[in-house]
Design a protein around this ligand. Sequence first.
Ligand SMILES: [Zn+2]
Length: 371
Amino acid sequence: MNFCKLCNSRLLQKPDFSLPNIPSAQGFTTSKIGNTGNLELFTCPCCGLVQLTSEPVSYYKEVIRATAVSKEMRALRLKQFKKFFEKYKCKKTIEIGSGTGDYLEILTKVNKNSFGLEAGKNGIDACKDRGLKVFKGYLDRENKKIPNAPYDSFIMMNFLEHFPYPLVALRSIWNNLTDNSFGFVEVPNFEETIDEHNFLDFVPDHLLYFTKDTLSLMLNLAGFEVIKIESVFHNYILQAEVKKRILPSYANFKTEVVRLKKQIEHLLKKFPNRSLAIWGAGHHSLSLMSICGLNDKKIKYIVDNAPFKQNKLTPATFIPVVNPDYFVKNSPKAILVIAGGYNDEIVKQINAFNLNIKVFSFDKGILKNEK
Ligand SMILES: [Zn+2]
């Protein structure tokens, strides 16, 4: 049984498409020994990612590319990197998979503080010969430390599609970035392969075939927001600009809990011993009562318009729930309305009873004196 490399759903037993005798892209040889296998493609029925389930090629950790020979490609890279650094004001960047340093050299011209990560010895030696700053390494664990981290940006050019565990690699990058950081990711454009029926794009080196949707989903699941995604270089390449997603801070929630308790304690001092009732048995109100330690010795009762809640006790705090008629006949000295968006409507309803009682409301952290 094989599982999707993106969403972990089960893949179908049989491939959707297969091609016989597809050689690896870098399996050049000096002898006539060695053979090729069949290439089998699976499409995840859940997320749609097209992928191979076969073992990666023997050199999958290394980046091997011959792009240095193309003038057009070099010019495109220079333009792209300049634009990226100007736009996001990044200062320290890591290229994941630097190969022999073709792009790292351009990157270093644009931003001096550029580093590379490469697993292959040949690539590392070549980078060093070119005077580039490169580290040996491969992202096979989420908690992998990249030397010299944290970085405020990363570049990954046509390398993600080679990873047997792409989410692990991306999450590992995430862990080596500062909070305010950006990334530039490129993969071959599978939408073009589909549109042109270009079956020669399939190669054992590429385990993953991305569309805009599946690339975005993968980047999202790795903890990145996709700022922009588009196809470039005659539609052959998908290019994404991403931002590290910052997780929300709950520090303010803790402060708010303390503030809420103080407000309710203050109100209870003014209206002690069951002289205060609460209107609203929704979840905001129930949680507030529980957090503030309210009970039937402190609160007279809870009023609620919903018949199915009436004549019962509130969960956790065990305060009786009554109907509005009961409230009119046995009114407290003060009532606190906690019903979120319904507060105004309920305050109007209470005022219409013309009782001689104080009315307060609580919503979004604010305790209001209504009457
Ligand atoms: Zn999937």
